[in-house]
Structure formats: C-alpha cells, structure tokens
Write a protein that binds this ligand. Structure first.
Ligand SMILES: [Fe+2]
Length: 196
C-alpha cells in the first residue's frame, strides 16, 4: 500500500514546554515525512506494493538486501506509534488496566519508570525504548535505529523515540531529562489502555 504521513494527534504547540513546536515541525514534517516518502519510492513496482505496512516490516526485517525498505517502513510505523504514545497533559500516574498490570508485575510505578528510563538512556546511538506485551506480561525493551518489536511479531504498547532529532533542539545532550519529561508529562496512558 502507499503510505501517507498521518496528521499529528495533537497540535504542534500543545506539548510545549516539554517538546517544542519547532521540534515537532522538524520531527513530523521533515523526518517522519522523509521516511514515508522514501518507503513509497522503494516499494513502488515491487512485491511489497500490495502489502500492508506491518507485513512489509516483517518480511524485510531479516533480509539485508531489503534494508532500505525495512528501515524507512519501520521508521514510518514507529513514528506514528510514537505520536500516539504522547498527549498534552499526559504522563504521570497510569490508570485503568495498565495501572493494575504495572503494579502487579513491576511492583509499582517507580520500578517501571526506572526500567523504561534506563532502556532509553542506555540505547547506544539512535533507537527506541518500548513497553510491550508478551503473552499477558508487560516487558520493557529497547531497539536500535529503525528496529521495531512488530518485526518479531511482538505487541508494542508504548514507545519513546531516542534518536537525537527527537530531543536535541529542546534538551541538547540531556537525553535522561527528555525521558523523565516524557514519562512525567507526556505518556498517553489512554492509548496504552486502548491496546490492552
Ligand atoms: Fe524520530
């Protein structure tokens, strides 16, 4: 299928002061858009043209000769998931089904926060930190560059982009501060609950 750049699910100034309008202009309009356009160029006229995005990602994940298609398609998917992982006035204490699971499986919010922040902070270079569901268990993982849990058929619930383009204009080298802010002020727990 031809991919299209989705609209952000919030206005570009609505995450301020935590993520600036300027960051979102570059991140969504330039970076995310470039992945979508490049993926469309690369799949045009190939067997992948008729597949849905997740199928393309799964089919190209382990094929080095298809790394361009994988990288651009996975990055397009990851960014759409990341936008949904945030909302204005989000973050802080979880509620609903995910609150119960975090409490029972991590032993409380603090342990989840520690693991999630650690995954993002220790991802060397570019990549993503994730909360995923394996069976009925929550798990925190990290992936490098464009890699994505859906390449392995895993079910993501939440992600944070730790590529420098996600935070450098607002936080420069302070990735841990960006991660803390994401957790405290931006996580869209409604979105996470909608996936459980
Ligand atoms: Fe990004």
């Amino acid at each position: 299928m031809t991919m299209t750049l989705p609209e952000l699910p919030f206005s570009k100034d609505s995450l301020e002061p935590y993520i600036s309008k300027r960051t979102l202009e570059f991140h969504h309009d330039k970076h995310h858009n470039a992945y979508v356009q490049k993926a469309n160029q690369l799949i045009e006229g190939t067997e992948f043209e008729k597949m849905d995005v997740e199928e393309i990602i799964r089919k190209t994940a382990k094929d080095a000769s298809k790394s361009g298609i994988f990288n651009n398609t996975a990055q397009a998917w990851n960014h759409s998931f990341y936008w949904n992982s945030m909302k204005p006035k989000g973050g802080g204490k979880p509620f609903g089904a995910v609150e119960k699971m975090i409490r029972e499986q991590f032993g409380g919010l603090e342990k989840f926060v520690e693991e999630f922040k650690n995954a993002g902070a220790t991802q060397f270079g570019s990549g993503w930190a994730w909360l995923i569901l394996e069976g009925d268990k929550l798990k925190v993982i990290k992936t490098g560059n464009a890699d994505t849990p859906i390449a392995q058929g895993k079910k993501p619930l939440l992600t944070v982009d730790v590529w420098e383009h996600a935070y450098y204009l607002d936080y420069q080298n302070r990735r841990p501060d960006y991660l803390s802010t994401f957790i405290d002020k931006l996580i869209n727990w409604d979105f996470v609950n909608s996936l459980l």
